[in-house]
Design a protein around this ligand. Structure first.
Ligand code: BGC
Length: 526
């Protein structure tokens, strides 16, 4: 029986290329695009637990919080405008990632990154100076537009630039900057919350301009990817760049394959409609399910609302922010573990191990919170050790996410799409991700209020489903050149029924199997 979902034969292709300082630095700079996303994730949770911020913009939440502490702890933060504040950004990001698809495809990955930085900059400024709720929301919409552009283009950029053997590690640089962004934001919140006069939230929100400037300047100095240059007809320049990026002169085979992929892609007039073709069924499924599942791990309940959550389970406001810093550190550390191992143990192992780890922790957290808070949400006297055990399980859960679904949720989609659908499919990945981030952000506080500790079991259920999906349907993609990825579907026990032997044939394969010069054959049905 073929290994469930497994692909271990490789394609037999070996493109020469090294991990040159040039490609490393380029990828580090590009990966910084994740900072804006991370900064925002970390900032919003902390700001919404700062009393002066709530008092100024969300009075009813503030009043509820000040009221008798013995009322139902599960419901103290349940407010629609407050959740709208957090989640409006994700709807904006969803929309802009769709527009970004065209910009990324027609004008290159760099321009989308630049738009990402500039829009985020504008949003950060408006938020820092906000005087009314509408300014807050407008600022967040601009931040969201920025994130949509950046998340659409940065993972593609990294996967195209990286030599395939190091693609996992270099791509996860994006997730690493997301986690660093979250951590920096949590630390800043911790200190800004202490500022006398209660205007620290302005610094937290306005601080967004720093990561925005980094990606803006970064996008101006970065080279475009050879794939993208070829896609825009700049062949000579692309070949020169490919030599520089790979650090070798012998790039002909890879270059020819990139050109073949680009020719195939040129015949596609409607990348969106094209996605519905039978041979793209595995790609479309992954583009939808991976981000859906990533969000249904429930990670953003911790990321957005860690301070709120810790506050709910009995930490003082200050201690809550501190615990968010601790989960932030775990998040960064575990992402580094992922960078180290993703190209060695592969994607499937990390997905499955991370899933089991998260599942165990979710059940434990539900049991601990349930035992103490019951269904009425009154913990009585909560011993310190109890809260510490809960935080410990939350940390192990975060580590599980941070070396599996976190980075892989961005890496795997960005490496499996053939060039002709890459931009469109990545937009679907981003928009599905943003949509479910929105849904979780929007309903979490209400769900906490109604499901109580059962909320953690709700997410645990999805972790079981997603692990089963990975086991049976997700082939291993480590160590396979990006334009050769078609092979993994052809040899897969399930997906091979959608992808025929003539689909996704690269220049090299044609040369071997069908005679040279027929590079357009693979898309004869376009
Ligand atoms: C996810 C975010 C999440 C973050 C946590 C990312 O991969 O897309 O939604 O907040 O990881 O580190």
């Amino acid at each position: 029986m073929p290994a469930a979902g497994g692909f271990d034969k490789g394609t037999g292709k070996v493109y020469p290329g090294n991990l040159t300082p040039f490609v490393t630095v380029t990828c580090i700079v590009a990966a910084m695009g994740g900072l804006i996303f991370g900064y925002d994730i970390g900032i919003s949770g902390g700001v919404t637990s700062m009393a002066p911020f709530l008092k100024k913009f969300f009075h009813s939440v503030y009043d509820k919080q000040q009221a008798n502490k013995s009322t139902n702890q599960y419901c103290q933060y349940d407010s629609e405008t407050l959740t709208l504040f957090t989640s409006s950004l994700y709807l904006a990001a969803l929309l802009s990632s769709l527009v970004a698809s065209t910009v990324t495809r027609k004008f290159g990955r760099k321009l989308s990154m630049l738009f990402g930085g500039v829009l985020f900059l504008a949003g950060g400024l408006i938020n820092g100076f906000a005087k009314a709720v509408w300014m807050l929301i407008l600022g967040r919409i601009l931040l969201g537009f920025g994130i949509g552009f950046a998340n659409q283009s940065v993972p593609l950029y990294l996967s195209e630039m990286a030599p395939y053997k190091f693609r996992g590690a270099l791509n996860i640089g994006f997730q690493l900057s997301i986690t660093v962004g979250i951590l920096i934001a949590n630390v800043l919140n911790y200190f800004f919350a202490k500022i006398k006069g209660g205007w620290g939230w302005r610094l937290s929100l306005g601080g967004a301009i720093v990561p925005a400037l980094i990606i803006t300047v970064g996008s101006l100095v970065l080279p475009d990817t050879p794939n993208s240059m070829i896609e825009r007809g700049e062949h000579n320049e692309a070949k020169r760049k490919l030599k520089r990026v790979r650090g070798v002169d012998d790039v002909d085979e890879e270059f020819d394959d990139l050109v073949a992929a680009s020719e195939a892609s040129r015949l596609v007039e409607h990348p969106w409609r094209n996605l519905l073709k039978r041979k793209y069924r595995p790609h479309l499924t992954v583009a939808i399910l991976i981000p859906f599942f990533q969000q249904l791990t429930g990670i953003n309940v911790i990321m957005f609302y860690a301070p709120v959550l810790f506050n709910t389970i009995g930490f003082a406001s200050d201690a809550s922010l501190m615990s968010a810093v601790i989960t932030g550190i775990v998040n960064v550390g575990a992402t580094i573990v992922s960078i180290r191992y993703v190209d060695k143990v592969g994607r499937r192992f990390l997905f499955l191990e991370g899933g089991i780890q998260m599942l165990i922790c979710q059940i434990a957290v539900a049991a601990f919170i349930g035992a103490k808070f019951g269904v009425d949400g009154n913990p009585g006297d909560l011993p310190k050790w109890y809260a510490i055990v809960v935080v410990l399980f939350i940390c192990i859960y975060v580590a599980g996410f941070a070396w599996s679904w976190g980075p892989l949720g961005w890496l795997v989609p960005s490496e499996i799409f053939p060039l002709e659908i890459r931009s469109a499919a990545q937009s679907i990945n981003v928009s599905v991700n943003m949509f479910f981030t929105f849904v979780v952000a929007q309903i979490f506080l209400t769900m906490l209020c109604h499901f109580k500790f059962g909320l953690f079991l709700f997410f645990a259920f999805f972790v079981i489903v997603m692990s089963i999906f990975i086991y049976f349907f997700m082939p291993e993609t480590k160590g396979i050149p990006i334009e050769e990825m078609g092979q993994v579907w052809k040899t897969h026990w399930y997906w091979s029924r959608f992808v025929g032997p003539d689909d996704f044939v690269s220049a090299g394969n044609l040369e071997m199997g069908r005679g040279k010069g027929n590079a357009t054959l693979p898309v004869k049905d376009v």
